[in-house]
Design a protein around this ligand. Sequence first.
Ligand code: NAD
Length: 468
Amino acid sequence: MLEFAMTISGEPVPASSTFEVTDPATGGAAGRAPDCSREQLDAAMDAAARALPGWKADEAVRRKALLAAAEVMFARSEEIGRVLTLEQGKPLGDATMEVVGAGVWLKYFAELELPREIIQDDERALVEVVRRPMGVVAAITPWNFPLMLATWKLAPALLAGNTVVLKPSPYTPLSSLMLGEALRDVLPPGVFNVVSGGNDLGAWMTSHPVPRKISFTGSVATGKRVAAAAADDLKRVTLELGGNDPAILLDDADPAAVADRLFGAAFMNNGQVCSAIKRVYAPDALYDDVVEALAARARAAKVGNGLREGVQYGPVNNKPQLDRVGELVTDALAGGARAAAGGRPIDGPGYFYEPTILADVADGARIVDEEQFGPALPVIRYRDLDEAVARANGTHFGLSGSVWGADADRASEVAARLDCGTAWVNTHLALAPHQPFGGSKWSGIGVENGPWGLYGFTELQVIHRSKR
Ligand code: NAD
């Protein structure tokens, strides 16, 4: 049975009680995680606050430590990846790549410039704009990419000179606890603390007096609670929330040529990606070909235990999410949609669901308007492009979207009309450390990645020196 301690002030810390973490491929136990008490959270916040002065004092030390942390990720990717598969469900190759990706992000930020700009230097004054750390950062993550999303916060926060207390999702705490353990030797005590527990622990963090910044990734509903909790103390927040990404095919798109990429971007991590394709809009003339091309790929997809060789798609991560996907599919079918592929949970232990392509989905179906976050994709017919853009934009979400067509200039013009943080052309889910990522509307506040993501962990200070 896997069991990891929390990391507080560089030390392994168990808790007086623990909770079970389920292996979604079997429905059995993957391991147990400590249930952090309020006193232990206070100790983690206190450790982070005490580590702050030393950590923010020396930028060179921080860069070296981040590079060392990246090396740890590269060296232990398979070992940590196995734990990630056990608790999250994703295939071992994908899990290992997630750990490698965490290393890539750490390395990118280790080498990113932290600018200090002179905006005036004349006979009157020397005016500099500097970026200072905010203080202790409370980082809260979801269960779909626990390690990747933790490092999207950890790496820029630490480079800027902040210290961090991380709380992973109760569905996937083990790999983050392991991250804390893995970095104990390369980061000074208190700089990076990892605590685990339920949703209450998240709420304690957002109302705790110590953190000056909350960096949250999760659902829209929780994001609103986090923003409300932060308001009282005017803590700074970055919110990376849900998405309902549209992909619009133009009439010059070739369904056979783009189907692999469309399917890949919709079903990556079993559809449990904030910026996965969650709705496909296809023009009337291409509609049947698009549905069939996607359905063929869904039927051929190899679903199973992520530890098994050759498996492409694992289980849905947890039972409530499996039930939710099933509920949205059932609702669409009851409203007249047709399952061109899949449409049912897979029998047996574990939380498996057939990769599902839904055709002839009625407007107003919940699976079009809400975020399904699972292996079921509605394909929606359109006759008029303006109408398709309006429908694509017609939700509270605004994370990302994509437009597909042979004429890339025309597709780019349509993409620019999407109300979202990232608009892709002939691709989707192309993310990189140097590219800012964030949502408009209810999909979030602020961005992660690139210099813009780094600035989110800093506060501007103007140093104005008079020369008179
Ligand atoms: P969730 O909102 O249920 O939980 C996210 C985290 O918040 C967990 O650690 C949880 O314990 C914690 N939490 C719960 N209640 C809290 C509270 N009141 N105060 C503070 N923390 C609290 O989300 P989830 O189901 O784990 O993740 C799926 C969601 O995350 C989807 O909507 C997905 O689109 C979104 N997501 C967004 C991004 C992005 O970058 N925009 C990336 C990945 C996932």
